[in-house]
Ligand binder design. Structure first.
Ligand code: ATP
Length: 270
């Protein structure tokens, strides 16, 4: 089992805006080749935590360590470009330091948007816009990719595709990924590590472990938590013609327990 490579270490991070204590004693380590997803209710401090990682704000208290010269690719929540400002995808990608056409084409191909190079940025669908923003973040050849709600404004099929794409990019590039998500169902299959944040870290770990954690259930309600547990239920037992579980196969609960154990061992592929 190889040792995980740390990209970012946050130690006892506190952030206060006036009297608003937004982050309290947050410890978080981001690893190479590991997708970490931040989930939590509105106003929980997720974007604030991401901004700490990006160095956009300083914590009121606590330490931030980044691997020296860490290359970070950032995909913001939304693109704010005036519709009256004519801008092609190519020109948008050129707003990075990269001007090389083949590099831009590769980044677009990697997010399955190779055909959009000369399209106007204003005419793209929600899913296409997110892909182009992802391509722009990839142009930095990031060792850490930071994605703030990457599937916002994308229809449900597009959301599944985007999460698959992110998982594939991680596999290809072996970068670390930090993303914020509200998609309690969808995120489960494409993340290694979930951090449930509500000003402090309520619970964290492998998605299947977190979905059964009492503090997670308290935060998202039984229904939300149960739907995720259901989503994660892999059908690793057989039924007879009446629908009963066949005895010589593991009972679902036993199988689920075994799965948790296996999942703990496999977290972050290490
Ligand atoms: N620069 C700032 N100055 C003052 N207050 C801020 C600032 N940035 C964020 N806040 C406050 O901090 C709290 C957390 O905001 P943040 O955007 O981190 O939450 P979030 O979990 O990302 O929310 P959402 O899911 O709604 O995007 C909010 O109450 C917000 O108003």
């Amino acid at each position: 089992m190889s040792h995980p490579v740390d990209l970012v270490r946050l130690d006892q991070i506190n952030v206060q805006f006036g009297h608003n204590h937004v982050l309290q004693d947050v410890n978080l380590t981001l690893h190479k080749d590991c997708i970490t997803t931040l989930i939590g209710p509105n106003g929980a401090g997720k974007t604030t935590l991401v901004r700490i990682v990006l160095g956009l704000i300083r914590p009121t208290r606590g330490n931030v360590w980044l691997q020296p010269n860490l290359r970070v690719g950032y995909m913001p929540q939304k693109l704010h470009i005036d519709r009256t400002f004519p801008l092609t995808v190519k020109r948008f990608l050129q707003t990075t330091r990269v001007k090389d056409a083949s590099q831009m084409q590769t980044a677009l191909d990697d997010v399955r948007a190779g055909h959009l190079m000369n399209h106007s940025i204003h005419d793209l669908s929600g899913g296409e816009t997110q892909r182009v923003m992802l391509a722009r973040a990839l142009l930095r050849e990031p060792e850490l990719l930071v994605l703030d709600e990457p599937v916002q404004g994308v229809d449900i099929n597009g959301q599944v595709e985007l999460y698959d794409l992110i998982a594939r990019i991680r596999k290809q590039r072996r970068c670390g990924v930090l993303m914020i998500s509200h998609d309690l169902h969808l995120v489960m299959s494409s993340t290694d590590h979930v951090v449930c944040l509500n000003h402090h870290i309520c619970c964290s770990g492998h998605p299947e472990h977190v979905s059964n954690d009492p503090s997670f259930i308290e935060l998202f309600g039984k229904q939300g938590a149960a739907s995720m547990a259901l989503y994660n239920h892999r059908h690793n037992h057989n039924h007879d013609t009446h629908g009963d579980v066949i005895a010589d196969h593991p009972h679902p609960e036993e199988a689920q327990r075994a799965l948790h154990k296996e999942a703990h061992n496999k977290e972050c592929n290490h």
